[in-house]
Write a protein that binds this ligand. Structure first.
Ligand SMILES: Nc1ncnc2c1ncn2[C@@H]1O[C@H](COP(=O)(O)OP(=O)(O)OP(=O)(O)O)[C@@H](O)[C@H]1O
Ligand SMILES: [Mg+2]
Length: 503
């Protein structure tokens, strides 16, 4: 085990408040009580995230974080501290030990990291509707389509499957309307258009197999350090809804798949949610309620969730109230809306008699923050003005060559790099369609449309055998329903809070 184990918590930095300097620590056993890192642009949020991610990793806790600007990638490289950083460290009696964190890069588009994929069935109707920016009526229709697919055992792996499924629902609208719920053709057409848009934005790369297994994000390296999963989000930021829905999906997967453990000695995983305002912006109330519920309940599964945003006022109160550990970098207060944000930020702290919270927030320098973490009893400590420690890894981005080297040595190298395509809804529906056509007009019809025209009556052959990648010892964590099923499922799928699949 590393040195971190000797400390009761993660060393964030040093506070003074006039008298004796104090070490600001985030207790390992309170780290699952969630947190927030806020501050105006350029005030030090990403560096704070970096030192926290590396600190957890040192303690053997895997972390997940999104890299919005590319600068967090430096966590994969050994730091080369300059005079300024060395002086900062010395000022807090800290000896920097330059080292890289064991990093795995991921990328929904498969360019700057290993591809991350999920199947449409796993994502579920709620988050899919969010990704597609559907209105309530369209979301209702999508829910019907998922319901029919779940019930009839049709696997929705990729967007082609979803498209075929929608066509199937449209063609059988009368029967489905009677049995499940109304499906207006106009709504189906709108959903199809939204699908096309998602595809044009490159979103189709995300849907399919091999789907991500959480166990691949929860590894520890041989020396006992937790894996730091960095999701490159530089391109993903252009599709904010896909970004937000993806992170929600990942969080809900952790929630659905991990067992209850109560309050652990240290978290099992820490999840950093950068640009958190994107999650909540325009989110409908039912979705917000569900997010709040997942955040509240995931704590007892040992997962700490940390939201990073410019202003804590971007986070709904019901969620903010659950974030026990708070790090507030500088805020400016030029506009009335800035001032409201500042007030909200300062009101959330337990007052320190030594200074005025609102004044202090505006006066903070770069890499300095107001910090209040939870004490042993779980109560917030008095807020302290804190100089945040410098990182042991590199401050600034990794080069493309360095990133490539990290990926080449990655523990998941080759696991996700090629798409697998097994028989799913599209093939089955194409075959069914062909059979119907053959039965109604045996001689006159041309071959049915579709990528895989199947001979009438003959069952379609899978296009490619599914790549086998299911041999890890922690297989129990994966959803056996979906992963071990063939082309059809024997029972209706169960869906969890956010509409993803339950084990
Ligand atoms: N703890 C720290 N130790 C040393 N330098 C720091 C620290 N925090 C911030 N800095 C310096 O400040 C710069 C800006 O910090 P950072 O990139 O974390 O800001 P940010 O809040 O993430 O900004 P943005 O909102 O634009 O992403 C860093 O590049 C670094 O030079
Ligand atoms: Mg940043």
């Amino acid at each position: 085990m590393t040195d971190a184990a000797a400390s009761p918590g993660l060393f964030l930095g040093q506070s003074a408040d006039g008298e004796t300097p104090q070490r600001e620590i985030l207790l390992w056993n309170r780290a699952n009580r969630h947190g927030v890192i806020a501050g105006a642009t350029g005030t030090g949020k990403t560096v704070t995230l970096q030192i926290m991610a590396q600190g957890f990793s040192e303690m053997g806790v895997p972390v997940f974080c999104a890299d919005v600007k590319g600068d967090l990638s430096g966590i994969s490289q050994v730091g080369t501290p300059n005079e300024k950083l060395l002086a900062r460290a010395a000022g807090m009696s800290l000896t920097l030990a330059p080292k890289a964190a064991p990093t795995v890069f991921w990328d929904l588009y498969g360019q700057k990291g290993h591809p991350v994929r999920a199947t449409v069935s796993e994502i579920g109707p709620l988050l899919m509707a969010r990704m597609l920016d559907l209105n309530d009526v369209q979301e209702g229709v999508l829910t019907v389509a998922f319901h029919v697919a779940d019930k009839e055992g049709l696997l929705l792996l990729d967007l082609d499957d979803l498209r075929s499924m929608l066509t199937y629902v449209a063609e059988n609208a009368a029967r489905i309307g009677r049995e499940v719920g109304n499906v207006a053709p106009a709504s189906i057409a709108s959903i199809q258009r939204a699908l096309l848009q998602l595809e044009q934005d490159g979103g189709d790369a995300f849907f399919g197999e091999p789907a991500l297994k959480l166990t691949d994000m929860m590894r520890t390296s041989l020396d006992g350090r937790g894996q730091v999963n960095v999701l490159d989000s530089t391109r993903l930021m252009n599709s904010p809804r896909l970004y937000g829905a993806f992170l929600l999906w990942l969080m809900s997967e952790l929630f659905e798949q991990l067992p209850e453990i109560g309050d652990p000695e240290k978290p099992r995983l820490v999840f950093f949610f950068d640009e958190a305002h994107l999650l909540f912006r325009d989110a409908p109330k039912p979705l917000l309620e569900k997010v709040e519920q997942v955040v509240r309940l995931i704590r007892s599964k040992g997962v700490g969730v940390y939201f990073i945003t410019q202003n804590p006022a971007d986070i709904p109160d019901s969620v903010l109230a659950q974030l026990g550990n708070r790090i507030q970098h500088a805020l400016r207060a030029y506009t009335p809306s800035d001032q409201r944000g500042l007030r909200a930020a300062s009101d959330s702290f337990r007052v320190n008699p030594a200074f005025d919270t609102a004044d202090a927030i505006q006066a903070l320098g770069t890499g300095e923050a107001l910090v209040s973490t939870l004490d042993e009893k779980g109560a917030p400590r008095v807020v302290a003005r804190t100089l945040i420690r410098p990182p042991d890894s590199r401050l600034g981005p990794a080069t493309d060559a360095e990133r490539a080297a990290v990926m080449a040595a990655s523990p998941v190298k080759g696991v996700y790099d090629t798409v697998a395509d097994r028989e799913s809804a599209e093939e089955i529906l194409t075959a069914r369609h062909a059979q119907t056509e053959a039965a109604t007009a045996p001689a006159a019809k041309p071959a049915p449309q579709g990528r895989a025209p199947a001979a009438p009556k003959a069952p379609p052959a899978p296009r490619a055998p599914r790549k086998s990648n299911r041999q890890t010892p922690m297989e129990a964590l994966t959803k056996s329903v979906l992963r071990t099923a063939g082309s059809t499922l024997t029972r209706e799928l169960l869906r969890g809070i956010l509409g993803g699949l339950r084990r």
